[in-house]
Write a protein that binds this ligand. Structure first.
Ligand code: TYD
Ligand code: MG
Length: 368
């Protein structure tokens, strides 16, 4: 029998407490608890898992991990060498950045010799098909499922047993077990947990697409990032056609690995020599420009750092950096003044890393 219960739910982490408090006891956020009526149903606990027996670590039989390629060199690189069977990947980024395009391309490549299921809660089968026709000629058998109900998705997945499954996006999926709206913290958490369980019980490799909030954070509960094996962030400048995918978390590969793409009329194309992009080309040496070598993941890149100093005439001087850490710039200026005898107190200082790259490597200090 389902029971209705009043609880206070945190909008940040999704945890539930029975009494109102100013601060969430789990994630320490302030003023995020609000009253909700939830249905305590048995469906939440009823799962497809059978309980596992305990096992000694030394007796675990490790099977050879055979990754499979997405057919896109750059995408494979950021995944750590391809998809790991039964793993869960979360790909998130701004709307219109190219998440669906990338996954459709990967699925079309994979569909040639793997069974794939593309679940879309955002676009109809006609829209996906029209896009697929535009970006590639493919006759690979990709199974499309325009569906948002979790129970139906799981049923189809168990029926056709795909090797790879895309869920675009996790915010559109809803389960009957909860009565909250699609995209709410509890829905996202529950649906992601059930899908993760499916993958871990000998199911497909699952790619979940995630939305961003107004503040540019991953929409939904923070626990989503803990649940999955790999978190990829898709980023890019709106005015440029270049796109980057960064691995933020990867249980099967290096973090901070970087993939570079260019958005073209026929979908995303991998960029194999990004250094050429990050350098502006001059016939003669110019002042205020310096090229530095930085390491992004396992990949060395040449990036141009530009700097400009200008007389300050209005109060406190400005220190502005694009693509580099502002605090680090302030620190460098202080070191230069104290130990190098370079005084910039009356100067505005601007520093820029060309092509929208975000550089965190301390080696870039020398170039600055
Ligand atoms: P999309 O993959 O729908 O973004 P997301 O799923 O992340 O919201 O990407 C849509 C954008 O990409 C749209 O602005 C048009 C552009 N685009 C191209 O420039 N070339 C193409 O071949 C495709 C398919 C999309
Ligand atoms: Mg999309």
């Amino acid at each position: 029998m389902a029971k209705i219960k009043d609880v206070f739910v945190c909008s940040d982490c999704g945890s539930q407490v029975s009494q109102w408090q100013g601060q969430c006891p789990h994630c320490q956020s302030w003023n995020t608890l609000s009253l909700r009526s939830i249905i305590k149903s048995d469906a939440r606990t009823a799962s497809v898992i059978t309980p596992h027996a305990t096992v000694l670590l030394s007796e675990v039989v490790v099977s050879e991990m055979t990754r499979f390629s997405s057919g896109m060199t750059e995408f494979d690189r950021v995944l750590g060498g391809g998809f790991v069977p039964q793993s869960v990947v979360l790909l998130w980024g701004d709307p219109g950045i190219g998440k669906s395009t990338l996954l459709l391309q990967a699925v079309a490549n994979l569909g040639k010799n793997h069974s794939v299921l593309y679940v879309s809660g955002e676009e109809s089968a006609e829209q996906i098909s029209a896009r697929a026709l535009r970006i590639m000629r493919t006759d690979s058998p990709i199974v499309l499922l325009p569906e948002t109900r979790l129970e139906s998705i799981l049923e189809v997945a168990l029926q056709i047993k795909p090797q790879l499954m895309v869920v675009d996006s996790i915010q559109t999926v809803v389960t009957d077990a909860l009565d909250s709206a699609a995209g709410s913290v509890s829905q996202v958490r529950e649906c992601a947990a059930r899908l993760t369980r499916l993958a871990k019980e000998g199911g497909p490799t699952i790619i979940l697409v995630g939305h961003v909030t107004k503040e540019g954070q991953l929409a939904g509960p923070r626990v989503l990032e803990h649940m999955v094996d790999t978190v990829l962030y898709f980023e890019g400048e709106t005015h440029s056609s270049y796109r980057m995918i960064r691995a933020i978390k990867n249980r099967f590969g290096a973090v901070n690995e970087l993939a570079l793409f260019a958005m073209t009329e026929t979908g995303l194309k991998g960029v194999s020599n990004p250094s050429a992009l990050f350098l502006s080309h001059y016939d003669q040496p110019v002042s205020g420009s310096c090229i530095t070598a930085t390491l992004e993941g396992t990949r060395p890149l040449l990036v141009e750092i530009q700097a400009l100093l200008d007389d300050n005439r209005f109060g406190s001087p400005r220190r502005l950096s694009i693509g580099l850490d502002q605090n680090r710039l302030a620190l460098l200026l202080a070191v230069l003044h104290r130990h190098g005898g370079v005084a910039c107190q009356d100067q505005d200082v601007f520093v820029n890393a060309v092509s929208g790259m975000r550089i965190s490597e301390p080696a870039s200090d020398l170039a600055v």
